[in-house]
Design a protein around this ligand. Structure first.
Ligand SMILES: *Cc1c(COP(=O)(O)O)cnc(C)c1O
Length: 248
């Protein structure tokens, strides 16, 4: 156990150095960027050690794994982010522990989140997940505007309408935008350009919703590009916890 904690501490220190260096290179203050550690597939004991090591934000992408983990860690001062594709039948469970849902991408999900947040007496922060690989698919915003990559996300043209819906929904707070660097389309292999596009979309969003200033972008492999582009939150899994076993 101590070995594991030492390993996590060393990995965290490395990630911290990377974020600090990226901030310095971009002329940004270190406190402009928040580290979210993605603990998916790793046990509650790791989450507990991370908390003891000073981590304050964790993220999960599957409710089946996250719900028991969050329950086992409910005594810890952690903010829980949900970053996975979310089916409406899981919303009640997710609203029970998530403080922020970063994968809001369709109106039916907004309706379900609002209903369950009100029912639970909670306020849930919402980030709209943007599908940058869907930019040129020509699909309509709204229900059909999902990413062809199958990873979810609203098309850029659909952000305004979905943001308005979140902002008008009781129990929900519009916090900003999130993306995963696309593997296909014109941004494939061009993380920096993708994250800069997300920043432009964030600037547009903040004209109508000034408080929605979170920009969640960047993972273990591309956090530097995200910080350079202006991300406020990076989501790092592998670089802190190790390479995940492949899920079936
Ligand atoms: C798993 C995951 C991450 C972390 O990815 P790593 O490459 O392990 O750092 C970030 N964001 C989302 C949405 C994820 O599912």
């Amino acid at each position: 156990m101590t070995d594991r904690k030492d390993e996590l501490a060393a990995n965290l220190a490395k990630v911290e150095r990377r974020i600090a260096a990226a901030c310095a290179a971009a002329g940004r203050e270190r406190d402009e960027v928040t580290l979210i550690v993605v603990t998916k597939t790793y046990p509650a004991s790791d989450v507990r050690m991370l908390s003891e090591l000073g981590v304050r934000h964790v993220a999960e992408n599957r409710d089946q794994d996250a719900a028991p983990k969050a329950a086992a860690c409910s005594d810890l001062p952690l903010t829980w982010h949900f970053v996975g594709q979310l089916q409406t039948n899981k919303v009640r469970s997710v609203v029970g522990y998530a403080d922020v849902v970063q994968s809001v991408d369709r109106s039916r999900l907004v309706t379900a989140l609002s209903r369950e947040a009100v029912r639970a007496g909670r306020e849930i922060g919402c980030l709209l997940q943007v599908a940058l690989d869907a930019e040129e698919s020509g699909r309509e915003p709204g229900g059909a505007g999902v990413s062809p990559g199958g990873r979810g996300g609203v098309v850029p043209a659909g952000i305004g309408e979905l943001a308005g819906l979140v902002a008008d929904s009781p129990g929900l707070r519009l916090d900003g935008l999130m993306t995963v660097a696309p593997l296909t389309g014109r941004f494939a292999g061009r993380q920096r350009a993708a994250f800069e596009r997300l920043m432009d979309l964030s600037t547009d969003l903040r004209r109508a919703h000034p408080a929605a200033n979170m920009v969640s972008a960047g993972m273990s492999a591309d956090l530097e590009e995200a910080v350079a582009a202006g991300a406020t939150h990076v989501r790092v899994g592998t670089a802190v916890l190790g390479v995940r076993p492949r899920l079936g």
